[in-house]
Design a protein around this ligand. Structure first.
Ligand SMILES: [Mg+2]
Length: 269
């Protein structure tokens, strides 16, 4: 690798585990990373579960993690709305965990269509009534934001319809365009993690299996990128979406990183 690496951002689903099973080699790779004392973040676009849930899952799968290392799109959304009061009252298409994060951040969540902002999220409790409240609020000029852009959330049995599909429905109905999204590949999310880790963006690498979220996140924030090509996807050729490195599995990550990490160790002595 070109530059020394001090921080690693791991995607979760499809990178470290699939469903309820660790991906072969993930445990050994994370052990290798831990032995080198690198800063680590585990990031997921899925806003349906808490950081504590992911922490428990990672540790249960022998992928040791600490609470402050887990980052979710719901967490960043709540933090942003807390710091940007101009978004006013918020109507939410989302589930209880997101509502809890927003309540903890003292965001003014309302149940009617006069909201200042419509926040769209992954919602398996979606109803026509929620869609109509969001539609009317958007027609009244509300801000249009989302926790994450994913069309489908991967599951072992074919996936679940995610926030991206709800965003598309509202865009079609209103003729409006989504203004802001917090999950991968948003630059806001990359900047939050880089700041938390206290490293320079170029000393950071993002590792993930999705070009349009994980690799784009890295590209937008000037991080190095390692793509796990697990789905027979076509290899991109244009520089704006071409990953710096491509591997077949998380198992091969130490080979890609060893030179860059070696530099850090030498400097630390
Ligand atoms: Mg993934």
């Amino acid at each position: 690798m070109k530059r020394k690496i001090e921080g690693i951002i791991f995607d979760l689903d499809g990178t470290l585990y699939l469903g309820d099973h660790a991906i072969p080699g993930a445990e050994a790779t994370l052990k290798w990373v831990r032995e080198r004392h690198l800063q680590v973040r585990f990031v997921t676009n899925n806003p349906r579960f808490s950081r504590a849930f992911y922490l428990e899952k990672l540790n249960r799968l022998n992928l040791p993690a600490e609470q402050h290392e887990v980052v979710t799109s719901a967490q960043l959304t709540a933090k942003y709305l807390k710091e940007h009061q101009d978004f006013g009252s918020v109507f939410v298409i989302g589930e209880s965990q997101l509502l809890r994060e927003l309540a903890d951040a003292n965001v003014d969540v309302v149940q009617h269509d006069h909201a200042d902002t419509v926040l769209v999220s992954f919602d398996t409790t979606l109803t026509y009534e929620k869609m109509m409240n969001a539609y009317r609020a958007l027609q009244n000029g509300a801000h249009f934001i989302a926790t994450n852009p994913d069309a489908v959330c991967p599951t072992p049995d074919g996936g679940l319809m995610d926030a991206g599909a709800i965003i598309a429905a509202l865009e079609t109905a209103t003729g409006r365009k989504l203004e802001k999204v917090f999950g991968k590949p948003s630059q806001l999310l990359a900047e939050l993690m880089v700041e938390q880790m206290g490293v320079a963006p170029e000393s950071c690498v993002v590792v993930g299996d999705r070009l349009n979220t994980d690799i784009q996140l890295g590209k937008r924030a000037n991080l190095q990128t390692v793509w796990i090509r697990a789905h027979e996807e076509e290899i991109p050729t244009e520089s704006h979406n071409k990953p710096d490195y491509m591997i077949e599995s998380i198992k091969a990550l130490p080979e890609v990183l060893c030179d860059a990490v070696g530099t850090v160790r030498t400097e630390m002595k």
